[in-house]
Structures are given as structure tokens and as C-alpha cells.
Write a protein that binds this ligand. Structure first.
Ligand SMILES: C[S@@+](CC[C@H](N)C(=O)[O-])C[C@H]1O[C@@H](n2cnc3c(N)ncnc32)[C@H](O)[C@@H]1O
Ligand SMILES: [Zn+2]
Ligand SMILES: [Zn+2]
Ligand SMILES: [Zn+2]
Ligand SMILES: [Zn+2]
Ligand SMILES: [Zn+2]
Ligand SMILES: [Zn+2]
Length: 465
């Protein structure tokens, strides 16, 4: 998923609005803001794919009854499983897998993939099929899938943490194929009592896992591509009951709001099975581990207030920035969870320590600040307390008395304005909540009014400095 552009917001459609669908389920309502004319326009677009080549669905919301489009050609889970059974029956010498397409090939198909220069592995053992994330090329150069796979260190840490809790038996992996694969492998070897189910947009897994273990799912709109997927999930949640844990590692591009809504829906499905009283509508009650970058903390916690961020640095095999080698800071990816942080021990051998006042494990660099009453570091550096700002700040910042805030060394002195609304300039709200917001805003007098109030707000802010 491409990063959310600064001039595009995601909106919740009003209840009476008809939401069109593409073949990836109900579309998402976006709002585009045009800075020069200070006007808005809303459109629906595919929730899964930003790249028009993969899904071209995009319609203006103000045009008459936006139509849904469906792509007819889709391989069903059943068809994929038939392919798997035919493949398994082949002698080893004839078992070829196209690593590029992630497809188990039937002998007549090989030539076609060879001709296209795909990477083909021959003489594939049946046990290799149990490690699809090592066999198939990860879809990591694809913005939508952003398939970054956990390093063995992180896989071990996540699984040993879950096992240590002992109360969790059923791990629902949403966009976490490597965790699912490892649980299934360990289970086969008799090394774990955990079980798992995978929900992912990547349908290559439908070849290798039966419907009880995999369903093709879009986590941006809680859409199951086949009805049986939802039924199987219900069955999994019922069987796991109070022992279910949801572990998810979505593409980092954003759409935190849409993801939160989907996790709330899964949580509601789970609550129905454990009959834990009235389902909450605005937060999540299913035990959750959501893996995401630290700089999206505010957006996550605004959407799901019961979550808190742990200091553990999650790293990946196939991402230069998201692993232990990344400068001195390590990976920027963290775990957000509604499990009590004190119950989540982080490995002492990696320098994590228990902070008594905070009742959580903090990283080596994160030093408790008595003035703030917290372990303030988010990014893996040691923050310093600023007595003027009355808070801890990153070590790259210093207090500039002219600007009245902690800033970077190379800041443009005297030119720092607090970020305000793009429309009227008021720092107390964002563009989306601006009282002067009008979706069409083509009216000349309105535009003039907005422009003059923007300028006066800017002047006021400059004067205050
Ligand atoms: C950042 S990777 C996480 C992989 C994980 N680190 C692992 O090693 O198992 C994102 C995962 O989400 C899946 N994905 C991408 N877009 C999705 C969508 N709209 N719905 C469901 N899954 C999606 C990708 O196929 C991929 O498996
Ligand atoms: Zn689509
Ligand atoms: Zn191929
Ligand atoms: Zn602390
Ligand atoms: Zn402090
Ligand atoms: Zn300061
Ligand atoms: Zn300054």
C-alpha cells in the first residue's frame, strides 16, 4: 500500500451512502484536497491495490450511483488444492515450482514460465512445501503486498513469548505467513501445542494450506474472497475460544483507520463465540499483537486506545531499514498490544530491562525520566529532558530560545510555526475538522473568506512567537 499522500484523507462513509465494490471487496472512500483552490472532492478506490495496473477501480463519489466492478476470472481455493494434490502425486524429478509466480507447476506449464525468464526450482521435496515463505519469492518489491518476512530471531521471540503466556493456544495470523508456517512446522514435529490459521491477500498460500488453515482475506475492508473463508474463521475462533490471539503485520503504508476497523470486526466475531457480553464497537477485546512502526503510534492508539507500544525491535530478513543493522537505532518496527506490558518480558540478553515505575520492559537506550515519569524513548535513542519544554526530546534536538521549542541544529531559526489546519491556518484542528470545510467550495466568496482567515490566523501565530 502506497503511503498516504498529504492531500488525501480516508473518510468513513455516512450510513446512507452506497459503497461500491471492486473484486477486492467494498472500496474505500477517500477525500482529495486541492491546495490552490482549497476545495475537496471525494472518490472511491480499491482498498487493497494502489497501483492502477493491479486494480483500476476508482470512481468519483459525487457522480451518479457509482457502479461496482467485478473481475470474473478467479482461481478458487478448491482449484488450487486440486493442483496441490496433482503436484504431490508427481515423482520428485517432475516436481517443479515457479518461485517467481509462487506456483506449483504441472509438467506442460514449465516451458511457458521458463520462456518468461522466471526462476524455477526443480526436484522439489514435499517437505520444502512446508516452508513456502522460503520457497516462493517474497512480494517485497510490490507496494501492495510489501511482503517483508520476519528474521529467525524475531520469529523465535514472538513464538516463545506466546508460548510463555500458556493461556493462548490459537494464533490467528493476519498477514503473518512466516509465523503461521513456523507454528505448522513445529506442530508437525510435535514441538508446540499452538495451532494457527492464516488470513492473507497472497493467494499463493491457497495451494499449500487447506481452507481450515488459510483464507484469502483483505485486511483493509474485512473482505473474504470466498464465503467458506469467513465460516472457517468462525470455526477457528470458536475452537480457540479464550485461547485465541490475533497477530498481525500489515503493510506499513498506512490506512490505520481501515485496519483498526477490520480488527474490531474480527474481535466482534470472536466475542460472539466466547459470549463475553455486549461487543464493544470502538475498541478491541481480542488479545492482539499488531506489528507496526513506532512513528505510527499516535494513529494506532487514537483508533484502538487499549493498545500500548512495547520497546521490542522487530526485524526482517529482506528489508535493509527494518533490521538490526539499521544505524545504531535498530529497526523502527514495534509491537502494539492490549496484553499488559508487565506480562511481556523482553529478552535481557538484548539489553531490555524492567522499569519498576513504568511496569514495563524498556530497551537498553531508553532511560526512565523522573520528571516525565516515563521511559520516553520511542525511536531507540536516549532522549534528554528539556527543562524549558518540560518534556524529553530526541538527542538530535536542542532548545532554541528564539523559537521557544526544541529543534534540529539546522532549523530555520525564527521561522518555525506550529502545524495548523491547511484551510484556515488554525493550529487547534486539522483540515478534516475545519469548520470552514466545504466539499465543493467552488464558490468564489467562500474561497476569498477562507483565504483571508488563513492569512489572519498565520499573522496571529507569528505574533504569538
Ligand atoms: C509486512 S508483510 C508481513 C509478513 C510477516 N512479517 C511474516 O514474516 O510473516 C505484509 C503481509 O500482509 C499481506 N497483505 C498485503 N496486503 C494485504 C491485504 N490488503 N489484506 C491482507 N493481507 C495483505 C502480504 O501478503 C504479507 O504477507
Ligand atoms: Zn480492487
Ligand atoms: Zn512463473
Ligand atoms: Zn520507566
Ligand atoms: Zn523527561
Ligand atoms: Zn526544549
Ligand atoms: Zn531557532
Amino acid at each position: 500500500m502506497a503511503a498516504r499522500q498529504a492531500n488525501i484523507d480516508i473518510l468513513t462513509p455516512p450510513q446512507d451512502m452506497i459503497v461500491p465494490s471492486c473484486s477486492h471487496g467494498p472500496a474505500i472512500l477517500f477525500e482529495q484536497y486541492d491546495q490552490p483552490s482549497k476545495s475537496f472532492r471525494q472518490f472511491f478506490a480499491c482498498s487493497a491495490f494502489r497501483d492502477k495496473k493491479e486494480c483500476a477501480f476508482r470512481v468519483w463519489a459525487d457522480e451518479e450511483s457509482p457502479k461496482s466492478t467485478q473481475v470474473s476470472k478467479q482461481v478458487s481455493h478448491k482449484q488450487y488444492r486440486m493442483r496441490f494434490r496433482r503436484f504431490r502425486a508427481l515423482p520428485k524429478s517432475k516436481r517443479h515450482v515457479c518461485c517467481t509466480c509462487g506456483l506449483l507447476l504441472m509438467p506442460p506449464e514449465i516451458q511457458d514460465h521458463e520462456r518468461q525468464g522466471h526462476m524455477i526450482r526443480s526436484k522439489v521435496l514435499l517437505k520444502d512445501l512446508r516452508k513456502p515463505s522460503f520457497l516462493f519469492s517474497p512480494l517485497d518489491n510490490n507496494k501492495t503486498f510489501a511482503q517483508y518476512l520476519f528474521s529467525p530471531r524475531t520469529v523465535d521471540f514472538l513464538l516463545s513469548s506466546i508460548e510463555r503466556f500458556t493461556c493462548y493456544t490459537h494464533v490467528l495470523c493476519v498477514g503473518a505467513p512466516r509465523i503461521h508456517e513456523e507454528i505448522q512446522l513445529r506442530r508437525k514435529r510435535g514441538d508446540t501445542t499452538l495451532t494457527s490459521m492464516l488470513l492473507d491477500l497472497d493467494e499463493r498460500y491457497a495451494q499449500l494450506y487447506p481452507p481450515a488453515l488459510f483464507a484469502k482475506y483483505n485486511m483493509f475492508n474485512h473482505h473474504f474472497f470466498e464465503n467458506c473463508g469467513k465460516k472457517r474463521l468462525k470455526r477457528f475462533l470458536t475452537a480457540g475460544s479464550h485461547g485465541v490471539l490475533l497477530l498481525t503485520d500489515p503493510p506499513f503504508g498506512g490506512m490505520v483507520e481501515a485496519l483498526s476497523q477490520s480488527f474490531i470486526k474480527i474481535s466482534q466475531m470472536w466475542e460472539e463465540t466466547v459470549a463475553s457480553g455486549s461487543p464493544e464497537e470502538t475498541d478491541i477485546s481480542i488479545p492482539l499483537m499488531w506489528i507496526f512502526p513506532y512513528f505510527l503510534e499516535n494513529r494506532i492508539v487514537n483508533n484502538l486506545p487499549s493498545l500500548s507500544m512495547l520497546d521490542y525491535k522487530v526485524d526482517y530478513d529482506n528489508h535493509n531499514l527494518f533490521n538490526n543493522n539499521h544505524k545504531q537505532k535498530g529497526s523502527p518496527v514495534r509491537i502494539f498490544t492490549n496484553i499488559l506490558p508487565a506480562k511481556f518480558p523482553l529478552p535481557k540478553e538484548d539489553g531490555y530491562w524492567f522499569c519498576e515505575p513504568c511496569q514495563r520492559f524498556s530497551s537498553k537506550e531508553n532511560q526512565h525520566c523522573k520528571d516525565c515519569g516515563t521511559c520516553p524513548s520511542k525511536d531507540g535513542t536516549t532522549y534528554n529532558h528539556c527543562d524549558a519544554c518540560l518534556k524529553c526530546v530526541k538527542p538530535s534536538r536542542f532548545h532554541c530560545f528564539k523559537c521557544g521549542v526544541c529543534v534540529m541544529k539546522d532549523h530555520q531559526c525564527g521561522k518555525i510555526l506550529p502545524a495548523g489546519c491547511h484551510i484556515c491556518g488554525d493550529p487547534s484542528h486539522k483540515r478534516r475538522d475545519c469548520p470552514q470545510r466545504n466539499t465543493t467550495a467552488t464558490n468564489k466568496s467562500l474561497k476569498r473568506k477562507i483565504k483571508s482567515s488563513f492569512e489572519s490566523n498565520c499573522k496571529k501565530r507569528k505574533k504569538r512567537k
